[in-house]
Each structure stands twice: as structure tokens, then as C-alpha cells.
Design a protein around this ligand. Sequence first.
Ligand code: F6P
Length: 355
Amino acid sequence: MKPLINEFFVMESRMRIGVLTGGGDCPGLNAVIRASVRKGIKEYGHEFLGFRDGWKGPLEGLTMPLSIETTRGILPRGGTILGSSRTNPFKIEGGVEKIKDNLAKAGIDALIAIGGEDTLGVATKLDSLGVKVIGVPKTIDNDLNNTDYTFGFDTAVNIAVEAIDRLHTTAESHHRALIVEVMGRHAGWIALHAGLAGGATCILIPEHKFSVDKVCQWVESRFKSHYAPIIVVAEGAIPQDGDMAVKDQSVDSFGHVKLAGIGDWLAQEIEAKTGTEARTSVLGHIQRGGSPTAFDRVLATRFGLHAITAAHEGDWGTMVALHGTDIVRVPLASATEKLKLVPIERYKEAEIFFG
Ligand code: F6P
């Protein structure tokens, strides 16, 4: 007979749970916080404390109250009421001990860490060092492993599609090639989805090096119709004979370089090789700002609800994830095992529309 309570999980009694959001912000973060807090207090009677600015919060003891009252009205709000940062405690002398001390001082039993590759990478290491953690996946880039989608991605894609729709009309009026540079450091999900939905002339993604000559052929063939070309390029896309376009040589505490310039570089190449005018619009942080779409609000809310239940059941070291339409729990470590890149077959589906 099936046990009434899953025997693998020890139901935790009342706990004081810390919540933090780390890495690049993302529409839907507030919806996760609200859902965890609401269910945690109403259904389980837990208490919450917000840690400010990612891992900087527990590292420096920066906190804010989290209650049903302080999380009211935040569902549609972009950004994160907790603030965020790219602080890496493993790059700071004594960082882990400081975090453990501050959690103990604040009476925190467990943490819900909402973040992407870097934040969840830290959470995985802390879990192995005895900190009780549940992970919630977030990134507009949709490149986290072991979840079909992350919230924020749908919002970013919709923002990019709106921009592409607008750029079509001005490109046609001026008989210009317009390039839209979207986010996507290593994975081209935003470019692929926005380009497909926006009817792009071609889509350039980091997973698949591109030929500038081929792009110019597509541009010229599109000009032969009465439409003007729109090229969607991910910031991390790489030309066959070149390298990723970086702003400078500086890196953040997780070793990431700042990407910038692939769109402008491509515009110059197109002008030089085809003799037609080309311009670039870099969407940048606009893709991360503002209100989440309904899809992202629902996904983020469901992640928040399931994360607090995972904490309540003491299922530490897990991450909530979307598999199909179900929210499941997967090992936290699996989120950062590898990046979820665009498979070549998915890119090939889009190629039929190029040119
Ligand atoms: O990781 C999410 C992301 O949006 C990437 O696509 C982008 O390269 C990066 O963040 C930019 O982050 P920031 O400028 O905030 O450091």
C-alpha cells in the first residue's frame, strides 16, 4: 500500500526560511517570492526573512522582512523586491563561514535561492557544505539544464518580438537592413524564439557559427522581395572567422566577460559587402525589465508554491523544475551540470525561413 506521507521526506516543523534572488534580474522573481511566502505562512506556519542583493545578503547580513503584507501587490512587478547582485561568496576570503554565521545569527533554518547558473552553482556548493537549500531556476536566457523553461524567458521573447514587429515597418520605409541584437551569452533561445515569431530574415545564435557571406546573401535575397531584412543576432553569436564580441577584458566574480558589439560589427560588414544601409538596435536590459507576461507569472507562482513545499518536506538540495506541464523536483546539482543549448534540429527548423 502507498504510504500516506512520502517516507523519504521528513516534514519539517515550523521553520524560519531565508529567501534570496541572485544574478541578472528577471521578470517573475517577485511572483516566486510572493507565492512561497503566502503558502509558507498560510499553509505551513513558517516564518520568512528576505536576504538582500543575492549572496551579498547572507554574506553581509543584509536583510528585509518578508511577510504576507510586505509581499502584497508584487505579482505583476518586474525586478526583485530583494535586490540582486553577482556576488560569489566562494571568491571571498572566509565567505562560506560568514554566510553560515549570519544564517545562524538570524535564526535561519533553510534558504530558498532563486537564480540562474551562478546563483544555483553557489547554492549547490553550500548544500554540499551542510546549508539547507532549495533552488528555483530563473533566467531570461532559458539555458538552465533540467527544466523545460525558466520564467522571464517568455517575457524577454515577447519584448523582442514587439521590437522586431516595429522594426519591420521602419526597415521597409528606408530600404535598410535592420539588425536586432538580443541577449543570449551562450544559448540562442531568445534569438531563436523571437526570430521565429517575428519573421526574421535570419537568426544568428552562439551555438552555430555564422558565415557573413551567407548573411549577406540572405539580405540581398530579402531586398529582392518588397520586404526589408531583419536579422536577429544573439549577443554571443560568433562569426566563422572571428571571435565573440566583447566590450573589454574585464570579468565579473563568476568569470563572465561583458558582451557587446556583434550587432554593430555585422551592420558594418553588411554595408561594406552589399552596399546597402544597415542599422542595429541593441535591446539590452529592456528585455529584462518591466512586468512579466501571464505565462511567466503562472510559472513563477507555481515554482514558488512548489519550492516552499519542498522546504516544508525537508527535500534539501533539490530544485523545482518544469517538465512538460508538471512542476517536479530535480537534484540542484543537475541545473548547472551543463548549459541547455539550442539543439541543431531546432535551429534547422527556423532555417527554412532564412533569406
Ligand atoms: O544571464 C542573463 C543575462 O541577461 C545575459 O543574457 C546577459 O549576457 C547578462 O545577463 C547581462 O547581465 P548584466 O549586464 O546585468 O551583468
